[in-house]
Ligand binder design. Structure first.
Ligand code: CP
Ligand code: NVA
Length: 320
């Protein structure tokens, strides 16, 4: 409901933010997680986002993003309106520009998950309140906040470490590429022909100090890596599932592939997972797999993000 003329704190892509800002958001996330786990004194007041409203606009299915934002906003004292674009006048042709300007008068922050990246950019352009990218076919930056938080909880700073991406060069891969340049870890991506990671993201990362290696060979990518990451072979909106299942078969992450990584390598997956496809059951259920910590960290990292977007990012002013 902000009427201020200053630029809202959108969170559309990792590359839009400096390492300092990303580190700041991650620090708040770790603080709110410690608070929730009772490891530190409670906030005072306990509800820094009381009176603030989040609009969750989800035009595609979601479990983690939707529930973690809804629960996280409520835990911080705010309210949530879950909006299905098809039930809004948007579905009958009202423009995104008008929708953004109207919602900006009611709400304080919007999360949008959309099958068209241009919708996100248009919403952010017209919105006078922060807009958060809740996943588009192009990128998934909020996932990477949780992934970094998870790696660092298990293995310490990502800086100087090596991550291996195996599979589709998709939206999650793009956000990882951007994060590798911003946060100083090396990233090797093994993708089949025709499913390369975004050329734009790779070019941007390399121009911004990123150490990105592209290969077709999963074995080359994972050799000695500190983390192996994969994702579904068929993302929302992909229409060629059968063909993909054939092409991606050599990119299946199993115990033999994990054994080629560092001896303490962890396995990350944004979920939902397809056991027997991109990952074997043995890897998914192994001690190296931290996928449910990763899912939990969606909640904590997004609470950190909401506090940052809404300018409540100095938690020291909320301690008793
Ligand atoms: N990883 C992720 O974004 O999950 P959902 O699709 O369930 O939100
Ligand atoms: N790449 C997947 C991620 C789901 C969270 C998709 O876009 O469907």
């Amino acid at each position: 409901m902000s009427m201020s003329s200053s630029t809202p704190r959108h969170f559309l892509d990792i590359k839009d933010h400096s390492a300092e800002t990303l580190r700041h958001i991650l620090k708040i996330a770790a603080q709110v997680k410690a608070l929730q786990k009772g490891r530190t004194q409670p906030l005072h007041p306990k509800t820094p986002l009381a009176g603030r409203s989040l609009g969750l606009m989800m035009s595609q299915p979601s479990t983690r993003t939707r529930v973690s934002f809804e629960v996280g906003m409520k835990q911080l004292g705010g309210t949530v309106s879950v909006l299905s674009p098809s039930d809004m006048q948007l579905g009958r042709g009202e423009t995104i520009a008008d929708t953004a300007r109207v919602l900006s008068r009611f709400l304080d922050v919007i999360v949008l998950r959309t099958g068209q990246d241009t919708n996100l950019r248009e919403l952010a352009k017209w919105s006078s309140i922060p807009v958060i990218n809740g996943l588009t076919p192009v990128s998934h930056p909020i996932q990477i906040l949780a992934d970094i938080l998870t790696f660092e909880e298990h293995r310490g700073p990502v800086e100087g470490r090596t991550f291996a991406w195996v599979g589709d060069g998709n939206n999650v891969a793009t956000s990882f590429i951007e994060a590798s340049a911003r946060l100083g870890f090396s990233l090797r991506l093994a993708t089949p022909e025709g499913f390369n990671p975004s050329e734009t993201a790779v070019k941007w990362a390399r121009e911004n100090g990123g150490n990105i290696t592209l290969t077709r060979d999963p074995h080359e990518a994972v050799k000695g890596a500190d983390a192996i990451i994969t994702d579904t072979w068929v993302s929302m909106g992909d229409k060629d599932a059968e063909r993909r299942h054939q092409i991606f078969r050599p990119y299946h992450v199993d115990e033999a592939l994990m054994a080629e990584a560092a001896s303490d390598a962890i396995f990350l997956h944004c979920l939902p997972a397809h056991i027997g496809e991109e990952v074997s059951e043995a890897v998914f259920e192994s001690d190296a797999s931290v996928v449910f910590d990763e899912a939990e960290n969606r909640l904590h990292s997004q609470k950190g993000l909401l506090l940052w977007c809404l300018g409540h990012d100095d938690l020291s002013s909320h301690t008793a």
